[in-house]
Design a protein around this ligand. Structure first.
Ligand SMILES: Cc1cc2nc3c(=O)[nH]c(=O)nc-3n(C[C@H](O)[C@H](O)[C@H](O)COP(=O)(O)OP(=O)(O)OC[C@H]3O[C@@H](n4cnc5c(N)ncnc54)[C@H](O)[C@@H]3O)c2cc1C
Length: 488
């Protein structure tokens, strides 16, 4: 691959947003997709539940209303309207291109229910392997070049133009510049900043940090979503998610005595929005000292194995026989509502040719809390809009080349500091926050920032600091952000 050539577009990320954007460019366009590690090391690949989509035209207003209600007043209503309206077209397009979703015996697409949706409108594939199936499909149809094992470590910015990216390649340990007429950031969320999370290990917030270093605004960074039903006792940073669809189809949350305590918190019980369920579990555990379980008594064996094969086999690997055994659960970090501020085409204000789409972006489509299964849909919708905007605007500029330098990416002691940061974020910047805890977290992060650290850790610290500062500024609880007045 010749790094001197100028691509029509560089796309950072091989999840649903990046791959669907790549597809939207004609195959004759010179497009380069860059990803860390392998293409499947992304959150898209791990998505279980499905894609939320209005069942018919009449359902669009209700999908909009449910999304706005989950977003707790912080949504951009136009963004939500676009998501729910164009979402139907984008899902139809995906199906027309050949993507298969699960169907009943009559060949009709199956719709399931997830929390805070007023009706069944989640389509799924491979039972509980929706993300993996979509990722396989998008990779099969992708005609563009992919650069693997390459971490973008800087954007080549001059004034209102992004001329390309600088990468570090893990295979040959070299840094290189790649140039393009447009750059699309589709690098996902921030999971690796937290001790417990459900995200792929590649999701560690470099691009949000690089944005901050270039003075690009992030927005709503305090809006971090914690999934209530996660098995956190497996090895490795990525914890095992137990999809919301399990509760949609009958799984219950119980304490050690089998008591369904969620109804003490919200009359919707297991079908309350995920922030309500996460906070209830957090509070109940703290108050009673009891363990909390996901219980599958309502399922029969054959149905469970067919509908949730990934979960069945993953849990079997760690010693649980589902649906007979109940599984101990805890909330864990899951999804970032905030991100790089963009317009409704994904364009970053102040730039002519720089875009952000998918989980890394903030269009405010999710507001203060994301409605379950709206993010795969977001990836489909806003990737298309960004590429359409790039092609329509046809921005031309004189390319500038940049020195090909390699910063000190990792320094001695960074691995330990990275783990400390994860603990700081989990202990003081997670489900229930206090001003005191946030101030303490901020102090510790600033201390680490003054130390002799490498660039990759600095980027993580900068993003963590932004999350803490945003959380401190929002004095009232809203959506996924819960703040109490004291530690007591
Ligand atoms: C376990 C799990 C289950 C989920 N279930 C659902 C669900 O059922 N329905 C739903 O709608 N949503 C679900 N979500 C959320 C959804 O999967 C994600 O929000 C969505 O897939 C994000 O897509 P994306 O394309 O923006 O990013 P990702 O799919 O996360 O892809 C990010 C890409 O960016 C690359 N990257 C990151 N940083 C760099 C860098 N510095 N340089 C180069 N490349 C980089 C990564 O390698 C990766 O290729 C789930 C998430 C998880 C973790």
């Amino acid at each position: 691959m010749n790094q001197r050539r100028v691509y029509d577009a560089i796309i950072i990320g091989s999840g649903i947003a990046g791959l669907n954007a790549a597809h939207a460019f004609d195959k004759n366009k010179d497009v380069l997709i860059i990803c860390k590690e392998n293409s499947w090391d992304c959150n898209t690949f791990y998505a279980q539940g499905g894609v939320a989509v209005a069942v018919d035209e009449k359902d669009i207003p209700s999908h909009i209303a449910d999304t706005l209600s989950a977003g707790a007043g912080l949504c951009d209503e136009k963004a939500v309207e676009i998501l729910c309206r164009e979402g139907r077209d984008e899902v139809a397009d995906l199906i027309a291109r050949g993507m298969e979703f699960d169907k009943d015996e009559k060949g009709e697409i199956l719709y399931t229910k997830e929390a805070a949706h007023s009706r069944n409108r989640i389509i799924h594939a491979g039972g509980d392997a929706t993300g993996r199936e979509i990722h396989h499909f998008l990779m099969r149809e992708n005609p563009h070049q992919l650069l693997y094992h390459s971490t973008v470590i800087d954007l080549l910015i001059d004034g209102a133009f992004c001329h390309g990216v600088r990468i570090y390649n893990e295979i040959d340990k070299q840094c290189r510049n790649y140039y393009a007429k447009s750059v699309i950031i589709a690098s996902g969320g921030i999971g690796a900043l937290y001790a417990y999370h459900t995200n792929s290990k590649t999701i560690s917030a470099e691009m949000q940090g690089i944005a901050l270093e270039h003075g690009i605004a992030l927005r709503d960074m305090e809006m971090t979503q914690f999934h209530p039903t996660v098995f956190i006792h497996n090895k490795g940073a990525r914890k095992q998610l137990l999809t919301e669809a399990l509760r949609g189809e009958g799984a219950t949350i119980v304490d050690e005595n089998g008591y369904r305590f969620l109804f003490d918190y919200d009359e919707r019980g297991e079908l309350s929005p995920r922030s309500v369920v996460s906070k209830a579990i957090f509070d109940y555990k703290a108050k009673t000292g009891q363990k909390v379980y996901l219980d599958f008594q309502n399922f029969d064996d054959a149905f469970f194995k067919e509908r949730f094969p990934t979960i069945y086999f993953n849990m079997k690997d760690v010693g649980y026989n589902l649906p007979h055994d109940r599984v101990p659960i805890s909330p864990a970090f899951h999804y970032m509502m905030g991100g790089i501020k963009t317009d409704l085409n994904g364009k970053i204000p102040g730039f002519e040719n720089l875009y952000a789409i998918g989980e890394v972006a903030s269009t405010r489509v999710h507001g203060a809390n994301r409605l379950a299964s709206n993010s795969l849909l977001e990836g489909l919708v806003f990737s298309k809009r960004a590429v359409r905007d790039i092609l329509e605007r046809g921005v031309y500029f004189k390319l500038k080349t940049f020195e090909e330098k390699c910063d000190d990416l990792i320094k001695e002691g960074d691995h330990q500091r990275k783990d400390l940061l994860r603990e700081i974020m989990w202990n003081d910047v997670s489900i229930v926050r206090t001003q005191e805890g946030l101030a303490e977290a901020l102090g510790k992060i600033e201390t680490h920032l003054r130390e002799n650290i490498g660039k990759l850790l600095r980027l993580r610290l900068l993003v963590s600091k932004e999350i803490v500062k945003s959380a401190m500024l929002r004095k009232e609880s809203l959506g996924a952000h819960t703040i109490t007045s004291s530690d007591s």
